[in-house]
Structure formats: C-alpha cells, structure tokens
Design a protein around this ligand. Structure first.
Ligand code: IMP
Ligand code: MG
Length: 180
C-alpha cells in the first residue's frame, strides 16, 4: 500500500469534480451542433476523461492515443514518440484533445499536430492542469481546469514512475522535483 500521508494536498477531489463539471458545460456550449471527438492522451488522462464524459449531457465519442517522451521520469529531453495512434476516422471532424497536464507543451503540441495532419477540421485542447512555468513550446489551451505551480504532482491519473495514479485527490509528491 502506497503511503498517502506524506503527500501534500494540492487539489481536493471535491474541487476537481466541480471543475470537471464546469469544463463539460463549457465544451457543450461551444459545440452547439455535433460534439467533438474526444481524444485522450494516455495514460495520465484516463481518469479525467472518464469523469468528463460522465458529466456530458449529449452523446460523445472518444478515442485514445499514447505518446511518450524520452528522458527521466520527471523531465523530458524534448523528443516525443507516438506509441498508439487513434483508430477513429478524424478527417473532417472537430477534435478535442483531452490532457491531464500541459507541462513543457511538447506532448500536447505533438498530439495536436498529429490530429491536424490526419485531417481534423478543428483541434482544440482541454487540459485539467496547466503548468505554464515550464513551457518550452507555445500551445493554445481552450479549456483549462487549474493552473498549477512548478511542483511534481501526482494523483487523479498522474503518476510518478507508474505510482499514485489511483489517488482521488491531486497531491504534491514529497521530495518532488522542481528541476527546470
Ligand atoms: P509535456 O512536458 O507537456 O510534454 O508533458 C508530458 C507529460 O509529462 C504529461 O502528459 C504528463 O504525463 C507528464 N507530467 C508533466 N508534469 C507532470 C507532473 O507534475 N506530474 C506527473 N506527470 C507530469
Ligand atoms: Mg500525460
């Protein structure tokens, strides 16, 4: 059992739930016709996607892609690799990328570029968390749940070395990295 006690609480499950509901309302309002295809970037966004779609009041389709960046478990060296692409046809569709966190922006901008190249008619980003202090490439974020400080955070899908994804709240990893 992973000890949760030493991990400082950053965002409670109640605040997350409220914000996810609010994001679902915003998305529904912005797409009055057909809902966009939601494309979640695995693995971190699986919890957020699951909660987000259950707040939607209109039918919505979803697909997944998986990207990984090279580097250590808390930092990236800038290269992103596609490990799993979408299977749904994207051509001519409005797509909403669902992200857990945008940090350097490399992963998200890769995902957006990939979807545009496959012919999506529009690509917008919905991220639960935004860590703007570490951005390396500019990314336009249409929907942002919370802006977070430059700390390494876990829970609600976010991991450190595959641990802590199951935590219901978002927490700061004790001894977590603030490395640039
Ligand atoms: P990027 O740096 O914006 O490309 O983000 C790459 C990935 O790093 C994200 O999708 C997350 O999976 C992960 N990541 C970035 N910051 C954190 C963090 O504070 N905690 C856990 N994972 C993170
Ligand atoms: Mg991720």
């Amino acid at each position: 059992m992973t000890p949760v006690e030493p991990l400082e609480l950053l965002i409670s499950r109640e605040r997350i739930a409220e914000t996810v509901k609010h994001l679902a309302r915003q998305v529904e309002r912005d797409y009055p016709g057909e809902m966009p295809l939601l494309v979640a970037v695995l693995k971190g966004s699986f919890v957020f996607l699951a909660d987000l779609v259950r707040e939607m009041q209109r039918p919505v389709e979803m697909d997944f892609m998986r990207l990984s960046s090279y580097g250590s478990s808390t930092s990236t060296d800038g290269r992103v690799r596609l490990r799993l692409g979408v299977t749904a046809p994207v051509k001519g569709r409005d797509v909403l990328v669902v992200e857990d966190i945008v940090d350097t922006g490399l992963t998200t901008s890769y995902a957006a570029r990939y979807l545009r190249r496959r012919g999506a008619s529009s690509v917008r980003i919905c991220t639960l968390l935004d860590k703007p202090s570490r951005r390396q490439v500019p990314v336009a974020l249409e929907y942002v749940g919370f802006i977070v400080p430059n700390r390494f955070i876990v829970g609600y899908g976010l991991d450190f070395d595959e641990k802590y994804r199951h935590l219901a709240d978002i927490r700061i990893l004790a001894g977590g990295s603030d490395e640039p």
